[in-house]
Design a protein around this ligand. Structure first.
Ligand code: EPU
Length: 417
């Protein structure tokens, strides 16, 4: 397995171009299953999760071509309604095919995604909502088996805000008979991006970006040519890197509006931030101030930035509390950060962080995607050489991360195994 070696202590400066958003690209690529013809997507990040999605769509009978950051998908000959365990276990987001397959093929057999490092992550709300649309659903031998001759619009309330749940049902309802109301829907930019693409395909979806989405089913959807929105979590990770290394980084091709909560917290931590169109310039403070953070669904502070922000607070002056309200086990990075000298205590869903003057390099183990990014950030400010193991998590969600860091002046090298 590859590992990444980081020589700490360098100030990062320069420009970095933000890639397309993984969590927008995944549902958008999957939405091709709803159309009969060739879709073209640009600004698609070159990531393991995107490759897994392409393999999954091919498995269902779609013709997929991928080159650089462009992917074309033609689901004209959709044939196979089964998503097998071997594909789903590699990527939980595979569950996104469930809604489109039922809508298009009237049936689906999709392996149940298991839990993952950060939490149990059930899909009960996806299934309950699909049942409300009229799908007959059974769980057998680790698979969801679903059937529906016709999906019929319904009034659906999500007990918990769920991003992929909202996306799955939006796709299914786009081809249902009648009107579907999704209440307490996720408001994430990635949900809005998917709704925009579905509307370009000919769907009738209103209210995406608010907590009530209205979907009026249409007969058929047509292929599209679209560009994927910028990745707000990749952008946020580089913003924290600038603040952390007392650096000066300008992010290009990002969407500042999607980063409001993080910008607010980084300013409180002392960073100087200038926003202009699609660029954000972040200058790190001499002295990082402590700031409390609580994760929430969008527009709240993203859980996907919690681990990275914790690294910043680890070297801040004073005490901060970071509360995680989305996932029950998203503090696995804490043990590794402690090994690098961070002073962090966990109490329930809160981490109490007492800032220390510096971190010290150590060999560490990445447990999930965002934790991997946080360990690389920690390595950037640690004294000595940090070795981040199991970086395959990172390759699932950050395009060319070490190359981008190198360009900014960091000493980050990948050691291939
Ligand atoms: N939940 C349920 N039942 C459900 C669905 C969700 O109880 O049927 C719970 C989850 O267990 C969790 C909460 O609801 O406690 C929110 O989960 P959500 O469904 O919103 O998460 P997700 O859709 O599985 C997406 C992102 C995650 C991101 C979360 C939260 C994608 C592919 N994944 O996951 O991204 O952390 O929303 O914003 O969009 C990442 O990129 O590193 C990542 C984990």
């Amino acid at each position: 397995m590859d590992k990444i070696i980081v020589d700490g202590g360098r100030r990062l400066a320069g420009n970095v171009v933000i890639s397309g958003a993984k969590n927008a690209a995944l549902p958008i690529l999957v939405s091709s299953l709803l159309t009969d013809g060739k879709n073209t997507y640009t600004n698609v990040p070159n990531l393991k999760d995107i490759q897994s999605t392409c393999v999954l769509l091919q498995n269902h009978g779609a013709r997929v071509e991928a080159a650089e950051n462009c992917v074309t998908i033609d689901a004209g000959n959709l044939s196979n309604s089964e998503a097998p365990y071997d594909l789903v276990r590699k990527m939980r987001a595979s569950i996104l095919v469930l809604g489109p397959l039922i809508a298009r093929l009237k049936k689906a057999r999709v392996s149940l995604p298991g839990g993952c490092a950060i939490g149990a992550r059930p899909i009960n709300l996806h299934l309950k909502a699909l049942a409300s649309l009229g799908a007959k659903i059974e769980l057998k031998h680790g698979y969801v088996e679903a059937e529906a001759d016709r999906l019929i619009g319904a009034d659906i309330y999500f007990d918990i805000v769920t991003v992929t749940g909202t996306e799955n049902i939006m796709m299914a309802a786009a081809l249902a008979d009648g009107v579907t109301l999704l209440r307490n829907a996720a408001r994430e930019p990635e949900v809005v991006a998917l709704a925009d693409v579905l509307n370009q395909m000919g769907a009738d979806i209103r209210g995406a970006g608010t907590s009530v989405i209205t979907i009026t089913g249409v007969e058929k959807l047509c292929p599209v040519s679209v560009s994927i929105i910028p990745d707000r979590i990749e952008a946020g990770t580089f913003m924290v890197a600038a603040a952390l290394t007392r650096g000066d980084i300008t992010l290009e091709n990002c969407e500042p509006e999607h980063l409001d909560a993080l910008i607010h917290k980084l300013r409180l931590a002392g960073a100087r931030i200038q926003v202009s169109g699609k660029t954000i310039r972040v200058e790190g403070p001499e002295l990082i101030s402590s700031v409390d953070v609580k994760t929430h669904p969008y527009p709240g502070f993203p859980t996907d930035m919690q681990a990275q922000f914790m690294v910043l607070m680890s070297v801040a002056s004073g005490l901060s509390i970071i509360s995680e309200t989305i996932f029950e086990n998203r503090f696995i990075h804490v043990g590794e950060l402690r090994r690098m000298g961070a002073d962090i205590t966990i109490s329930g869903n809160a981490a109490v962080i007492r800032g220390v003057p510096y971190l010290s390099a150590a060999p560490v183990m990445a447990s999930d995607l965002r934790a991997s990014a946080s360990l690389i950030l920690a390595g950037l400010v640690a004294q000595g050489q940090t070795e981040v193991n199991r970086v395959y998590h990172l390759d699932r969600g950050y395009e060319a991360m070490e190359k981008k860091f190198e360009k900014l002046g960091a000493a980050v090298t990948r050691v291939k195994s």
